[in-house]
Design a protein around this ligand. Structure first.
Ligand code: HEM
Length: 345
């Protein structure tokens, strides 16, 4: 019984979604690396269909998930990222130009969020005016989430859809760069038919505002780690080719994404733990990536760890398709940070 308590935590949490703050009673939280891996690799037992809202492809299972997953993967290919890299560099240079004259920089507010917002808008091929509208939208969304103001959240969800549909319409009329991601999304076909705006908005929501918090948190954690660990800072200045590897280890410790959900499709046994059918399960990435059974001295940065054990980008069929984009963004960000600031303290 004591053992069960170690990994069966009952929680009551508030999850802000694009339309509302949903109160969810979480039955089970998976915190052990072994259990999380087992759940990720058993999609026939653990469904991703955990919300009544359309979530493409995160909230899908089986054939439907495979179909939409295949549609989105090419958007993160090496060829697409090679084209995006110079644009991203301009975004990062502009961001650091705007803070370079300050001696003291407030990390999360000034750099982390601005970096995430500008990078994701640049990836979509959206103009600066949209960036400004999104900044206001995010502030309003945050206030409404904190206040649990459901009517305001519903209105904000509609406003976000309108903003995205405007961008899609611009692209369809040829007013967007022909090679932009938004233009390419409007050209997607499934069984010869274009995707509906609802599906495109859901995908874009995930790629833009859905990822802002994760990327902003990641960027902030990287800065904090470099400031607190001058030895590694020096090593990376001397050998920048190890930046990707270092970032993955930093973010293993400081999880930028706290968790994801599943719902059991049948009774499941994980080790000694029995989970009933139709139970909401939360995957706790932070805990799994700090499991002392897998990571010796889990809170410590270590160069020699096996990268295949790191669950930062998930595993199994829902493993993060945006990983190459996230890695490119965080690498260029870290390179610029080290090049611009001789000391990070
Ligand atoms: C540091 C940045 C990021 C981290 C740590 C991260 C992490 C993750 C994780 C752990 C999952 C698996 C979720 C699950 O199993 O339920 C996931 C899924 C996903 N990620 Fe990321 N992600 C990042 C950036 C991005 C970016 C930049 C994009 C796209 C622009 C993206 C798009 C997605 C999508 C679409 C899924 C769902 C995939 C599916 O259900 O098949 N991610 N991400």
């Amino acid at each position: 019984m004591t053992k069960l308590k170690e990994f069966m935590t009952y929680q009551h949490i508030l999850i802000p979604t694009y339309t509302s703050v949903v109160e969810v009673i979480m039955d089970v939280v998976l915190t052990r690396h072994h259990d999380v891996l087992a759940a990720l690799h058993a999609p026939e037992q653990f469904s991703n269909n955990v919300s009544s809202h359309l979530n493409v492809p995160n909230g899908m299972d089986g054939t439907e998930h495979r179909t939409y997953r295949a549609l989105i993967e090419p958007f993160f290919s090496a060829a697409v990222l090679t084209q995006f890299q110079p644009k991203l560099q301009v975004v990062i240079d502009g961001l650091f130009d705007s803070v370079a004259t300050h001696n003291l920089v407030e990390i999360a507010g000034t750099i982390g969020h601005q970096f995430a917002l500008r990078a994701q808008c640049a990836f979509m091929g959206w103009p600066v005016t949209v960036q400004q509208r999104l900044t206001e939208w995010i502030a309003a969304q945050k206030a409404a989430s904190v206040a649990q103001d459901r009517p305001a959240l519903r209105a904000l969800a509609a406003e976000f859809s309108e903003l995205v549909i405007e961008q899609l319409e611009n692209a369809r009329r040829g007013n967007s760069a022909p090679q932009s991601i938004t233009t390419k999304l409007t050209q997607l076909r499934l069984n010869g038919e274009p995707l509906s705006d609802d599906y495109l908005v859901s995908m874009i929501r995930n790629w833009t505002v859905g990822e802002l918090g994760t990327i902003a948190a990641a960027a902030s954690s990287i800065i904090e780690f470099l400031a607190a660990t001058p030895v590694v800072q020096k090593q990376l200045r001397m050998a920048p080719e190890h930046i990707d590897h270092a970032i993955d280890e930093v973010l293993r410790i400081a999880a930028p994404l706290p968790g994801n959900r599943r719902r059991t499709k049948c009774p499941v046994t994980l080790g000694e733990q029995h989970i009933d059918s139709d139970t909401m399960v939360r995957i706790d990435w932070r805990a799994a990536n700090r499991d002392p059974q897998v990571f010796e001295q889990p809170e410590q940065f270590q160069w020699h760890r096996d990268p295949s054990l790191n669950l930062l980008y998930g595993a199994g069929i829902h493993v993060c398709p945006g990983k190459p984009l996230a890695q490119l963004e965080l690498r260029l960000f870290t390179e610029a940070l080290l090049a611009r600031f001789a000391h990070i303290e």
